[in-house]
Design a protein around this ligand. Sequence first.
Ligand code: HEM
Length: 244
Amino acid sequence: MTSPAAARPKPFLGLTVERRYRLIYKPVVFLASLMPLAWMACSLFGWLGFTPPVDVVKFLELRCGKTALNFIMLTLMVTPVRQLARLPNLLRLRRMLGLFAFFYATLHFTVYLLLDVDLDWHQVAADILKRPYITIGFTALVLLIPLALTSTNRMMRRLGRRWSRLHRLVYLIAVLGVWHFYWQEKIDVREPLVYAGLLLVLFGYRWVRSPNMWAVLAPGSTRPAAAVRRLARVAASSALRPPV
Ligand code: HEM
């Protein structure tokens, strides 16, 4: 018979989960998240054999925008991946991914403001009011601000249940980000459509996992298996009932 101590999984490198995340995984994810920035710098200055882009402003603007959207998508993927792969601690990385989304979105706006419109605030206002894709992008950026500001443990504790409600805004931000991407694309919309498809899958997953969804299909059930059993019972009993 194995002792309880032997049955317990051995700590990796002798570290607890908390320390593993703090000392290894978080620093690795942090450095990996800075890679798009390093890649942009290498391209810009022709370092490490990278070829500088022809249109620097467009290159930076598009790269930062795409990276921001990628981080939003990654943030939304954390929950499905941790549930499906049974890695509950993956949640510890979500805040960093969300903050990197905000960082790259702010960089994207800064490039637009400093290099594209040369700090011309009238032009910025005119763009926000007259160019629908900029209106959408601006809305997404503004909505990201409260999420970034309330991402600390202290704010989480202070806001309690309201925190989760507020942070559900990330879904709306993702929709606006993909919409902005779709509308700014002049010729080939395949890539934004791939992002839209991925977003639909993520929304579908959340919907299927939501207890409310099953309650709508079969009142009184909050779990998929229970809802399916209940629906099957209702179907069987109505099939057996003699016609009136
Ligand atoms: C005030 C806020 C924003 C402004 C002024 C803005 C502006 C722009 C501009 C000017 C472009 C390039 C259009 C072109 O050259 O044809 C662009 C592209 C893009 N933006 Fe934004 N944007 C904003 C916010 C955002 C946010 C919050 C996101 C992400 C969630 C985002 C994601 C993108 C993406 C993915 C692209 C296309 C990248 C590509 O084609 O590779 N933008 N944006």
